[in-house]
Write a protein that binds this ligand. Structure first.
Ligand code: MG
Length: 158
């Protein structure tokens, strides 16, 4: 068994879509980034890389690489799972938390779970997405951006 942890933050800006867990959520602001800035999927990728001791998202998908400009982070997650599988690991389960004051995302969580499960080739029951506010404290509370945390458990394939 191998455990991994991931954390990511992206800033809110006007004029971009808000994409979380592979779902486009109607909102006044989106997240700034080289890819689609899906902060949740980036945290999950980093948890996977961490568990497999394979470095991090920036190492594998550098934001200096034009190939990843505007890319869907679902694609990055699929590539990450492939790299982890090539190292001999299968995903057992994943837990994650999105930290944002607004918008309310509870109704989108089941679709996020399905997107993540499909990209990771695991049943939806192995994927958890939670959300919390920070009671209007800190940068997430001031609605300057969104943070995400993820932990993943990998099993060595036999
Ligand atoms: Mg990121």
């Amino acid at each position: 068994m191998r455990v991994g942890f991931g954390y990511d933050v992206h800033a809110f800006v006007e004029g971009r879509p808000l994409i979380l867990g592979g779902v486009e959520i109607p909102y006044t602001h989106g997240l700034l980034g080289h890819s689609d800035a899906d902060v949740l999927l980036h945290a999950i990728c980093d948890a996977l890389f961490g568990a497999a001791a394979l470095g991090d998202l920036g190492l594998h998908f550098p934001d200096s690489d034009p190939a990843y400009k505007g890319v869907s982070s679902v694609v990055l997650l699929e590539k990450t799972v492939t790299l982890v599988a090539q190292k001999g690991f299968a995903v057992a389960n994943i837990d994650s938390t999105l930290v944002l004051q607004r918008p309310r995302i509870a109704s989108y969580v089941p679709v996020m779970v399905d997107n993540i499960a499909r990209a990771m080739h695991v049943p939806a029951g192995c994927v958890s997405v939670k959300a919390t506010t920070t009671e209007e404290l800190g940068f997430t509370g001031r609605e300057e951006g969104v943070a995400a945390y993820a932990v993943v458990l990998l099993q060595e394939k036999r």
